[in-house]
Design a protein around this ligand. Structure first.
Ligand code: I3S
Length: 126
């Protein structure tokens, strides 16, 4: 396995808007509530911003933190049965957090699915 250097760790691999719903926190089911999220993928984590990219950048100064998802040991799978919406996949973290991500645009969701899957697969499986 390749070692991820501190510099690579900071590099953004992909960013953009998707529909997001968090459906479990620490294994506890949550009521599904879809909202638009600005999503930033780097080698070890995904960050979800509630706001626009501009807002997210200005929040860096105020110390307002996005929700961060640790990709170590995480699982990603298509989740057709979890929603009436098309193009939904689920990310499940080791800590028992579950997120649904969705876009109506096929190539956008496919690109995201593969980018996140590649990031997870590149991480060491302890
Ligand atoms: O899996 P569910 O419970 O049918 O998910 C729907 C609910 O989250 C619903 O919110 P309320 O419980 O406040 O009605 C949302 O408005 C729907 O979008 C959810 O279903 P979809 O199929 O869109 O994931």
């Amino acid at each position: 396995k390749d070692v991820i250097t501190p510099l690579e760790e900071l590099m953004v691999e992909k960013e953009g808007y998707l529909q997001k719903a968090k459906i479990a926190d620490g294994g506890k089911k949550l009521r599904k509530n879809w909202s638009t999220s600005w999503i930033v993928l780097s080698s070890r984590k995904i960050e979800f911003y509630k706001e626009s990219k501009q807002q997210a950048l200005s929040n860096v100064k105020t110390g307002h933190k996005p929700e961060s998802v640790d990709l170590y040991g995480a699982h990603i799978e298509w989740a057709k049965e979890k929603s009436s919406r098309k193009n939904v996949f689920q990310i499940t973290t080791v800590s028992g957090n579950e997120f649904l991500l969705q876009s109506d645009i096929d190539f956008i969701i496919l690109d995201w699915f593969h980018a996140i899957k590649n990031a997870i697969d590149r991480l060491p499986k302890d």
